[in-house]
Unconditional design. Structure first.
Length: 268
């Protein structure tokens, strides 16, 4: 009898504690908010990427990690989240029991765009957008990004690649090339990341291959057409009229043109 009562009490402990587990996904560079509701609680963090030991973030209303802020509404605030902030956040009561856990996953949240060589690339600029940065493809991770547009510094905007549209809502880069490939980061006036985008530009030859593949002609005509295209790329100033006139000028008449024997017979 006493054993059954003891088992029932043990099974009811997690329910009575009200242990809640939550999962959150935050984009890299954005904010992570963890409501605590009481300064007497203890908040710990166990990283998962890379794995590491558990450490205390908040205890007795005192912050243990300078990267976090303790707001007036009793919320732990972490700005500019990185992949190293992934892991398990535990909120413990003063008694030592865990009241709530939050498992955080950090994602890149990068929008991908693909444009053909010479096409136009547009990047939306929201009202809170203040700075557009560009990191070329293949640049070192520690290199400084290029400022393409700055709401508070028009000289930088005019000197950089691209321009802001007349409505102020879109940044436009015309006739893109491989030099425009890379990551575009949009920030607000406080430096907080609003969005990240990645642009890939197809090379010139891809456009020619696409055009040639779309043409269905006999093999002989295909070779002639390919040779003509290569000739025009090698001599771009040469027009089709010049080619025709040149062919006519080099035309050699027959050495012995055939002559017809015409005999006129007088009527008898």
């Amino acid at each position: 009898m006493h054993l059954s009562i003891l088992l029932s009490a043990l099974l009811s402990i997690p329910v009575s504690l009200g242990w809640n587990e939550d999962f959150q996904i935050v984009c890299s560079g954005q904010e992570f908010r963890l409501p605590v509701y009481s300064g007497s609680r203890i908040v710990t963090f166990t990283p998962s990427y890379p794995p590491g030991p558990r450490r205390v973030l908040l205890e007795n209303n005192n912050l243990k990690d300078p990267r976090f802020e303790w707001t007036k509404d009793r919320t732990l605030l972490l700005k500019d989240v990185t992949h190293g902030d992934q892991g398990l956040y535990s909120i413990k009561l003063s008694s030592g029991f865990t009241d709530e856990t939050v498992r955080l996953t950090v994602s890149e949240c990068i929008k991908t765009f693909r444009r053909g060589y010479g096409e136009t690339f547009q990047h939306n600029i929201p009202k809170d957008g203040s700075l557009l940065e560009f990191s070329p493809r293949g640049s070192p991770p520690d290199s400084q990004p290029v400022v393409l547009w700055n709401r508070t510094d028009l000289e930088t905007s005019e000197a950089g690649r691209g321009r802001l549209g007349s409505d102020g809502r879109v940044w436009v880069a015309e006739r893109v090339t491989q030099a425009d490939q890379g990551n575009y980061t949009l920030r607000d006036e406080n430096g907080k990341v609003i969005s990240r985008s990645k642009l890939t530009v197809n090379d010139k030859t891809a456009r020619w291959r696409a055009v040639l593949k779309s043409i269905s002609v006999p093999s002989g005509m295909f070779v002639t057409l390919a040779g003509f295209i290569l000739f025009m790329k090698r001599y771009p100033n040469c027009s089709l009229t010049m080619i025709i006139n040149g062919l006519r000028g080099h035309h050699t008449p027959a050495a012995n043109p055939p002559r017809g024997n015409v005999q006129v017979t007088a009527g008898e």
